[in-house]
Write a protein that binds this ligand. Structure first.
Ligand code: CU
Ligand code: ZN
Length: 190
């Protein structure tokens, strides 16, 4: 018994330093995992697919710029004219009519409005306007939506509507049925 005594201290020290090392690397890992996936994100994309009976499809990209997020849309298969264009609450395009995406994305508890005003849903992107061939493009910088925090658009869904958003009827803009839906995901940054 007494012959083991001289070894007891160094073994214990070694064990203690190993445990210390293990716990510090474990806490380092925990810290890494506590950051949301959106940290450092500079570009996101929604690929829009038609709802039942619709032929509307396209892409919408969201890119970090100095004073907000640049939104660019390229959408086909529309009827000529204006169509309501929003980010909706849930990243769920599973239902035939797009209703599974819920209402407008509204983390601030605001009223429905236009993208350029203060009182608006974070998801209010106004309208896209299709030409005679049913093609619409949009390019503007949004100052409300973000990639981090409670206004992060990641994981929500873009919806294109059948009719024009009048930018005042609550809480939908009276834009009618949903003709395309796409979930906003992480895009490859260039
Ligand atoms: Cu909508
Ligand atoms: Zn709205």
């Amino acid at each position: 018994m007494s012959t083991l005594r001289p070894f007891a201290t160094p073994v214990f020290t070694l064990l203690a330093s190993f445990l210390l090392l293990a716990s510090s690397s474990a806490s380092g890992q925990t810290e890494m995992h506590s950051h949301p996936a959106s940290v450092g994100l500079t570009k996101a994309i929604a690929v829009l697919m038609p709802t039942k009976g619709s032929a509307v499809r396209g892409t919408v990209t969201f890119e970090s710029v100095e004073h907000g997020i640049r939104v660019r849309a390229d959408i086909y298969g529309l009827t000529p004219g204006r169509h309501g264009f929003h980010i909706h609450e849930y990243g769920d395009c599973s239902s035939d009519d797009g209703s599974s995406a819920g209402g407008h994305f509204n983390p601030g508890g605001m009223s429905h409005g236009a993208p350029g005003v203060e009182e608006r849903h974070a998801g209010d992107m106004g309208n896209i306007e299709a030409d005679k061939d049913g093609h619409a493009t949009l390019d503007y910088v949004d100052h409300v939506m973000t990639f981090t925090g409670d206004r992060s658009i990641l994981g929500h869904a873009v919806i294109v509507h059948e009719k024009e958003d009048d930018l005042k009827t609550q809480p939908t803009g009276n834009a009618g049925a949903r003709v395309a839906c796409g979930v906003i995901g992480i895009a490859k940054a260039k």
